[in-house]
Design a protein around this ligand. Sequence first.
Ligand code: HEM
Length: 202
Amino acid sequence: MLRLTAKHLIWLKILFHLIGLVPLLLLVWSVQTGRAGGDPVQYIIHFTGMGALNALVATLLVSPIAKALKWGVLLQTRRLVGLYVFAYASLHIAAFLSLDLLFAWELFFSEVVKRPYIVLGAMAYLIISALAITSFKALMRKLGRRWQTLHSGIYLVGLLAPIHFYWSVKSEVIEPTLYLVGLILLLLWRLPRRKKTTLVGQ
Ligand code: HEM
């Protein structure tokens, strides 16, 4: 079986950066060359929203994969992958506010009334932002145990984001259902492990 060690870390990071950045270059290219369909704004919102959701799934997959394949080094890429959730979600929201609402803030509130799922997206984004800001080593040390508690917020994001997706789609339900079920399974995988850690910690 393939063995990953600390010396592979740099290549893993390069690979994950490519996986995060190449789709964004493709998005710019599609929009500029008219390949983004009849409604490019919708295309960008969809693309970046799915990017954020896929990055979230990837972030939550790191630990189970690292454990199953005994690739401990993979755990050191969690922050990098997690920051792509923040980057894609920020672009998703920026696209919505700038290209869809044209920065008409008064429209934002009528949109929230029309599309209440936006509130769930906004809650998820607030948590994601807090996690991104506190993901730096210095803050991690400063916050101590509170850092762990704050970062448990990822569980809530793992529920809010797929529900936001599920609620936003008009007809197709298979894909959002798969994301919701998949993310719930990834969160459930963590439950017994957390309990064990707490007991050990006691
Ligand atoms: C303030 C925060 C957010 C706002 C205002 C927002 C807004 C929107 C809007 C307007 C749509 C388009 C629905 C449509 O008309 O088809 C959408 C869809 C979506 N959003 Fe968000 N969102 C937010 C946060 C998030 C976050 C944090 C994630 C993921 C981590 C996310 C993932 C998605 C996905 C996957 C879709 C479905 C894309 C599609 O099928 O078109 N959103 N969101």
